[in-house]
Design a protein around this ligand. Structure first.
Ligand code: SF4
Ligand code: SF4
Length: 57
């Protein structure tokens, strides 16, 4: 299971994308998105999100 971003909670700050070791996170239309095929479930993004928008899927 990949981690997921709640698009309504995401403020599009980009902190998660900078933290991801496998570049699984990209910018969408006003929010960020995790590619489930690339995410290795490390949890690094969840811990840096200031909006608590990321959770384990
Ligand atoms: S760190 Fe959180 S608020 Fe910032 S872009 Fe990522 S999911 Fe959105
Ligand atoms: S859980 Fe790890 S691998 Fe998956 S998107 Fe977050 S930082 Fe990247």
């Amino acid at each position: 299971m990949a981690y997921v971003i709640d698009k309504d909670a995401c403020t599009n700050c980009g902190a998660c994308a900078s933290e991801c070791p496998v570049s699984a996170i990209s910018e969408g239309n006003g929010f960020h998105v995790i590619n489930p095929d690339v995410c290795i479930d490390c949890g690094a993004c969840e811990s840096v999100c200031p909006a608590d928008a990321i959770s384990a899927g």
